[in-house]
Design a protein. Structure first.
Length: 97
């Protein structure tokens, strides 16, 4: 179950073993209950946490690493895919309103 390169599939495998399910069953149950894949859910949580950090004045670079991305570019792409703007554009819009 290769969800993404951030280690989530490894985490799912460990969790599945812990609760006595196959990784596939855990994945299906998670998706059924939340409407999101574990990777989509993780991205949502990372973006929500990044909004908090950016609001506190953290830089995009600091924020990207703190929420678990291995590169700033990957963080910016995920942020833009989720919110439609880059982190810098988001901060600018928030400060302008």
């Amino acid at each position: 179950m290769a969800e993404d390169s951030s280690g989530i599939s490894r985490d799912l495998a460990a969790l599945a073993r812990e609760v006595g399910l196959s990784e596939r069953s855990l994945f299906r149950n998670f998706q059924k209950e939340t409407g999101l894949s574990p990777g989509q859910w993780r991205r949502q949580m990372q973006v929500l946490r990044s909004l908090e950090l950016l609001a506190k004045g953290r830089s995009v670079t600091e924020t990207s690493f703190e929420v678990g991305y291995e590169s700033v570019g990957a963080f910016i792409r995920a942020f833009r895919q989720t919110l439609g703007v880059t982190p810098t554009e988001y901060v600018y819009q928030q400060r302008s309103s």
